[in-house]
Design a protein around this ligand. Sequence first.
Ligand SMILES: NC(=O)c1ccc[n+]([C@@H]2O[C@H](COP(=O)([O-])OP(=O)(O)OC[C@H]3O[C@@H](n4cnc5c(N)ncnc54)[C@H](OP(=O)(O)O)[C@@H]3O)[C@@H](O)[C@H]2O)c1
Length: 383
Amino acid sequence: MKVAVLGYGTVGKGVHDLLIDAPGFEAGPVLEKEERPDLPFAVTDIDLILIDPTVDAVIEAIGGIDPAYTFGKKVLESGKHLVTSNKMLVAAKGPELASLAEQNGVAFLFSAACGGAIPYLSNLQTAVNSGEEIVRLQGILNGTTNYILDRMQTDCVEFADALADAQKLGYAEADPSADLSGMDSIRKIMLACAVTYNELPVDGMDIEGITSFTREDAEHIKNLGYVCRLKTKAKLVENTLRAYVEPTLCPLGSIESSIRLNGNMASYTGNSCGMISLIGEGAGRYTTASSVLRDLEQIRRGKKIMIRPDCRRVTANNEDSMHRYYLRAPEHTVDDLLLTVYESGKITRGVTDKISVSFMHGFVNELRSQGYDVFFAAVERAH
Ligand SMILES: NC(=O)c1ccc[n+]([C@@H]2O[C@H](COP(=O)([O-])OP(=O)(O)OC[C@H]3O[C@@H](n4cnc5c(N)ncnc54)[C@H](OP(=O)(O)O)[C@@H]3O)[C@@H](O)[C@H]2O)c1
């Protein structure tokens, strides 16, 4: 199978390198923006790839929606398989691309878009196709935020220093806002929902990242016997899809507390199989490229799609997802909510009774709109 690559950045170069030695595969042309005399396999016109009858599959590794979507459509219309690592593209245009793939009798796969090297989506799809009823999806799906949280809690470094180290190590992008805000994590769970439930949540998700977390929060949480992780969760309950991401206090000794540095954990719970957790690296050149290669191998075995063309776009609703929350807020702003108060004074710290996810996110957003600095995290019990 001859494989072309669009984009020669972190993932694109990784895929091209792995293809050179992968048995049964041939590394084809690579689309670059500008002439690259140092790269004999580079082309700057995508049509050269589309009209090449020897190219069987194309990897989209440019990122973003445009021109990735336009290129992806052209690839499928030209009768070539499309594999992408681009969660933003699949979250926005997945059903359309799946439909085009079906019309043209080719494959559209995107395992690397959720979990990097972790074979999460493919495992989920196999489980669903084998009749497993998936009752819960959850995970630590962003390595950058996990690295920052872990360094702050293990090495007692400040947020800004942990972020700077993540950038130096290549975990965080120059603009890390999608990671820090939780957007990257929510896009990944959107894809997992589409694969699992044939429903793609496009709004209604509650999204909280890690930018409010401080060294003082880390210290206090540690003394309570917890570790803070950014957890993403989804489930389908009586035709209502719930999907959200938020800092979560996980008991010391839990699987989550053992996910260190830029590690990821992707779990699903099935009625028959119980909870299955896959642990590995969620990003990186060759880790992500290895996932793309596995998709190519699946295409060779006849696999065509990961989501169905009729995948419905839905609004998530987290009103009935309830749990206790840890809160740190200025004095007198959260008193009514707290069941247990740990600290009072200029700053209040405490834990609420069980309250709904949407209420909590809405409440904190309202406080922030009034200028208050607030940190909150769901409190989990041991599994
Ligand atoms: N990095 C990871 O570990 C990782 C993991 C999982 C998924 N992903 C996903 O994989 C995708 C690629 O990420 P990445 O980290 O590899 O990004 P990247 O390093 O920025 O690579 C993207 C490459 O595409 C090039 N490019 C942009 N527009 C192009 C065009 N019109 N024609 C040809 N090339 C073009 C860029 O060139 P310029 O730099 O000159 O613009 C860059 O070299 C993203 O969707 C990302 O979310 C990445």
